[in-house]
Structures are given as structure tokens and as C-alpha cells.
Design a protein around this ligand. Structure first.
Ligand SMILES: Nc1ncnc2c1ncn2[C@@H]1O[C@H](COP(=O)(O)OP(=O)(O)OP(=O)(O)O)[C@@H](O)[C@H]1O
Ligand SMILES: [Mg+2]
Length: 254
């Protein structure tokens, strides 16, 4: 692929607690993700998955190595520029939804646009579109505590999508959901990837969730120890177009 990678991490390193006993959370991780990929990040608890996601989502800064997002060297950005890149290029979805309480679904989804300085009218329009896209068009006025877990996660996904980011980062997005709701959210991710071209990077502990992806990156002790298609014995929780042999990507095009 000749395109500039969406994520280009080289020797990425994160050491916590430089003052006391240092913890090497990421140990020289080199990884590229290209536009349109659907990647699952797996690994034992403490292996560095969230640390990696927080770095590429610009929620935290590396202690070493380089990181380019869409060709932009993020180490060279000022804090304001980082915030702008984060707001425009990356949508982040968390296990715990992280919605503002006592704030309607619509207002939660409008928030990133408020930070981006978009007018009230355009904010409402874009937020309605995003909520409709995730199947919540009828629930826009509801508060988070009036919504099910799956619906709350949909609001969080709408919030992540409202700025039309190229990259959706999700850290255990189905970790708090039952299996039926998990499948709904995964179908939504597949739709966003296949029909809207959004690059998805998703952390999970579940093999059947990881098997939905086209590529599995496994972390161990802060390093990448495996990077390839999901093992054949993992059964995907929901189908995706690339699971059928006919549409699977192949380099052996005749
Ligand atoms: N803010 C912090 N300060 C100090 N150490 C941290 C901090 N955040 C994470 N760590 C350490 O860094 C390592 C990697 O943590 P990380 O949260 O990335 O793991 P993870 O793979 O996401 O685990 P889990 O599956 O439990 O979410 C762990 O040893 C953890 O204790
Ligand atoms: Mg984690």
C-alpha cells in the first residue's frame, strides 16, 4: 500500500512513574495501520493495550519513539494543535461510555462540535445525523440513565463520529455489554468500516469479538508479539464481508 498510514508508530515507548519505580508500559512498538483497516488489539491485562490506544488517540504522550497520524508528526504539535488533531481526526469510544450525566443524548453528541466552534444550528443537525446513523434517532432527548447500556454506547459512538473522523478507536467497547448488545455494536462498527470507510482499531478480551476484525495485533509486556489475521478457530461474533473467501483480501490477484 502506497498510501500514507493513518497510524504510523515507530519504536513507540511509554514509561510510567519515571520518579519512582518505572513501569515500561510500551516497549518499542512499531506498527502501521492503513486507511480502511479493521484491527483488533488483544493481550493480557496490563500488556499495554490501553496505553497504546491513549497514545494514538492523543490522550497521552509517548516517552520515546515517533508517532504520525495521517502523516502528521504529533510530537511536533503544540498542545492546542494536538487538541485540534484529536478532535478532527480521532473518535474515541470507552468501555464505560463516558457520557455526561444530566445531559441529553443530543447534547452529549454535540459536545465535540462545541469545542470545534461549530454554530448551534449546525451542531444540532450534525448530532441528529450521527444519532440517526447509530440507530438512535428516536431517543435524542433522553438522558444517559434513561438508556440501556447498548444505547448509551451508541450515543458514545455517535459522539465519536460526529466530527467525521477517519479513525475510530475503541477500548473494550463491548466490555460492559451483554452478548446480544455486543453483536449490535459490532455490526455497527462493521457498517462504519465497510460502508463509510472509517478505520477501526478496537481493544477486546474476547476471541469472538476480535475475530470480527481482519487483523489481530497481540500485545505482551508492552510489545507486539503477533500481528495477522484472526486464528481460524476463533468464531466471529458477527459476520463481516471479509469472512467469506470470495471477498477476502488477497495479494494473489490473477
Ligand atoms: N497512569 C499509570 N501510571 C503508572 N502505571 C500505569 C499507568 N497506566 C498504566 N500503567 C501500567 O502500564 C502497564 C500497561 O497498562 P495498560 O492499561 O496499557 O494495560 P491494558 O493492556 O490496557 O490492560 P487491561 O486489559 O487490564 O485494560 C500496566 O503494567 C499498568 O499497571
Ligand atoms: Mg486497558
Amino acid at each position: 500500500m502506497s498510501q500514507v498510514p493513518v497510524i504510523d508508530a515507530e519504536n513507540l515507548q511509554k514509561v510510567y512513574g519515571a520518579g519512582g519505580t518505572p513501569v515500561v508500559a510500551l516497549d518499542h512498538v512499531t506498527l502501521q495501520v492503513h486507511q480502511g483497516e479493521f484491527v483488533a488489539v488483544v493481550g493480557a491485562s496490563g500488556s499495554g493495550k490501553s496505553t497504546f490506544m491513549n497514545l494514538i488517540g492523543l490522550l497521552d504522550r509517548p516517552t520515546g519513539g515517533s508517532l504520525r497520524l495521517d502523516g502528521v508528526d504529533v510530537a511536533k504539535l503544540t498542545p492546542n494543535q494536538r487538541a485540534t488533531v484529536r478532535n478532527r481526526k480521532v473518535g474515541f469510544v470507552f468501555q464505560g461510555f463516558n457520557l455526561l450525566r444530566r445531559t441529553s443524548a443530543l447534547e452529549n453528541v454535540e459536545l465535540p462540535l462545541l469545542y470545534a466552534g461549530v454554530s448551534a444550528h449546525e451542531r444540532a443537525e450534525a448530532a441528529k445525523r450521527a444519532l440517526t446513523q447509530v440507530g438512535l434517532g428516536e431517543r435524542m432527548g433522553h438522558m444517559p440513565n434513561e438508556l440501556s447500556g447498548g444505547q448509551q454506547q451508541r450515543v458514545a459512538i455517535a459522539r465519536a463520529l460526529v466530527n467525521q473522523p477517519a479513525l475510530l478507536l475503541a477500548d473494550e467497547p463491548t466490555g460492559n455489554l451483554d452478548s446480544t448488545t455486543t453483536r449490535e455494536i459490532l455490526k455497527l462498527f462493521v457498517d462504519l468500516n465497510v460502508n463509510h470507510g472509517i478505520t477501526v482499531v478496537m481493544v477486546t478480551h474476547e476471541n469472538d469479538v476480535a475475530a470480527v476484525s481482519r487483523r489481530v495485533v497481540q500485545f505482551k509486556d508492552g510489545r507486539v508479539v503477533m500481528d495477522g489475521p484472526p486464528p481460524a478457530e476463533w468464531t466471529p461474533a458477527v459476520p463481516a464481508p471479509w469472512h467469506t473467501a470470495a471477498s477476502a483480501p488477497t495479494s494473489e490477484v490473477a
